[in-house]
Design a binder for this molecule. Structure first.
Ligand code: AMP
Ligand code: ZN
Length: 466
């Protein structure tokens, strides 16, 4: 399997540390508001990665829930997003966390994302975070300011190279004018923040340095290493995490353990709106519920995400969602047809089937080329080389990775019926109720001449435009 590693900026052959258990850590949601469909694009790509890996290896997948410590700016400024959410809704920060975590998983499940092997809440791992900061302190990587314990990035030799030139130039050129005077370097970040003296925080803990709360970056390092060990095969997240959050995770984890933290960094590109970035804090965002309210199925959105490679930006429009929905329905109709034919035709050529499965898997294993894998599915269903029974077997395999519910009964083609046709149908229903089958047959003929085929089913008459 080939994966693009954001750290080396190359596609690389994936070699796990231990093929008996691939380890994967994905940054989870900050639960102070609903997740938007941009966030969900990232979880869908991570799910595809997990499902593709599972074709070859058992996978231990850990995802955190950030329920404390993510400040309004991804650097260390401003308020804690949880406390902002609590003030906005007049609830406690704990209630806010619980509520939005539940809502998040409702969407996550509806999009068929596989639940992680371990879901870890930051607030339940404070001691692990304190222990990590203590280790960094003992090794001389920290210093104290009036508002917290900070990581001294100048002590970590690889830091500047990891950050990338553009962010460094921005920082050194004074782009961050608000930098606290007490910070030694613009890139230094908080490991532990003290509670403010003028305001009571809802979420705070004792620590060797004073009452306060952990920094967002240290949360992920502490939880990832607790469950997956000092070196992890794959660490995922959205592209926005590359230059700050994940760089800081590397710096603090490797400084603490002296070992490589992550072998493959895999990042998903953003979903954008024509107007620009979709932002949770800005309030201008589309949620899965917005789509449901407009009559879409969550899997229509999953299909849309699969039509773009995870490393390209995807612009969200309702036109593209409509065409995703149509394509998915067509696929389901083709699958239903194949299933029906397969009932009468059972011979399976494993060689031909194997070839198409291999083509599908090769596309997914080529840095998760889902659009190409989908094209293989279309090729099979649009009269490729497989017979109906082989097609059904192939779809079972492909849908195990794509998870689009391809065996769901297709929706009937909805036709808006003209008034006169509705009247004929009504008259026919009445004739049948009165057991006047002669009249019922005449009405069927009349409908046929008007261009409509009618079928009698246990649910009543079904009509289709010819
Ligand atoms: P958050 O809940 O804000 O911590 O973000 C959860 C995940 O969504 C992270 O992996 C982010 O990188 C990712 N993310 C945020 N915005 C977008 C977007 N517009 N498109 C795709 N992924 C995003
Ligand atoms: Zn994280």
């Amino acid at each position: 399997m080939q994966l693009y590693n954001s750290e080396t900026r190359r596609k690389e052959e994936f070699n796990p540390l231990n093929p008996a258990q691939v380890t994967m850590y994905c940054c989870g949601p900050t639960v102070y508001n609903y997740a938007h469909i941009g966030n969900m694009r990232t979880y869908i790509f991570e799910d595809l990665l997990g499902r593709t890996l599972r074709l070859r290896y058992p996978v231990k997948h850990v995802m955190n829930v950030t329920d404390v410590g993510h400040l309004v700016s991804d650097a260390d400024d401003g308020e804690d997003k949880m406390e902002v959410g609590a003030a906005r809704e007049g609830k406690s920060a704990w209630d806010i966390a619980k509520f939005y975590e539940t809502k998040f998983f409702e969407d996550y499940d509806a999009l068929h994302c596989t639940r992680p092997s371990v879901t870890s809440r930051a607030t339940e791992h404070i001691q692990e975070m304190i222990a990590l900061v203590k280790t960094l302190e003992e090794k001389g990587y920290t210093y104290r300011t009036s508002d917290g314990i900070y990581y001294d990035t100048s002590k970590f030799a690889r830091y500047d190279a990891l950050v990338g030139r553009s962010r460094l130039e921005g920082l050194k050129g004074g782009a961050r004018v608000e930098m606290s005077e007490e910070k030694k370097n613009p890139t230094d970040f908080a490991l532990w923040k003290f509670s403010p003296t003028d305001k009571k925080r809802q979420m705070e803990w004792d620590s060797p340095w004073g009452v306060g709360f952990p920094g967002w970056h240290v949360e992920c390092s502490a939880m990832a290493m607790k469950y997956l060990g000092p070196t992890i095969d794959i660490h995922c997240g959205g592209i926005d995490h590359v230059s700050v959050h994940h760089t800081n995770e590397i710096a603090q984890s490797e400084a603490a353990t002296g070992q490589k933290y992550v072998d493959y960094w895999v990042h998903g590109e953003f979903l954008v709106l024509r107007a620009g970035k979709m932002s949770k804090s800005g309030g201008t965002f589309v949620t899965l519920q917005t789509l449901r309210d407009k009559g879409y199925d969550p899997l229509d959105y999953r299909y849309l995400c699969l039509t773009a490679h995870y490393r390209t930006q995807l612009e969200f429009t309702y036109e593209s969602l409509d065409s995703a929905r149509k394509s998915l329905q067509t696929l389901r109709r083709e699958v239903a047809k194949a299933q029906e034919t397969a009932l009468r035709q059972t011979a399976v050529s494993t060689a031909r089937l194997g070839e198409m499965k291999a083509q599908f898997q090769a596309a997914m294993e080529d840095d998760l080329n889902a659009p190409k894998a989908l094209a293989v599915v279309w090729e099979v269903l649009r009269g490729g080389d497989l017979n109906a029974a082989e097609t059904v077997e192939f779809v079972k395999f492909a849908d195990g990775v794509l998870s689009l519910d391809l065996f769901r009964a297709p929706e009937e083609k909805k036709v808006a019926l003209p008034e006169e046709i509705q009247q004929l149908l009504q008259a026919r229903a009445e004739a049948r109720a009165a057991k006047d089958y002669k009249k019922s047959d005449e009405l069927r003929d009349a409908l046929r001449s008007a261009g409509y085929a009618v079928k009698d089913t246990p649910q009543g008459q079904q009509v289709e435009k010819l």
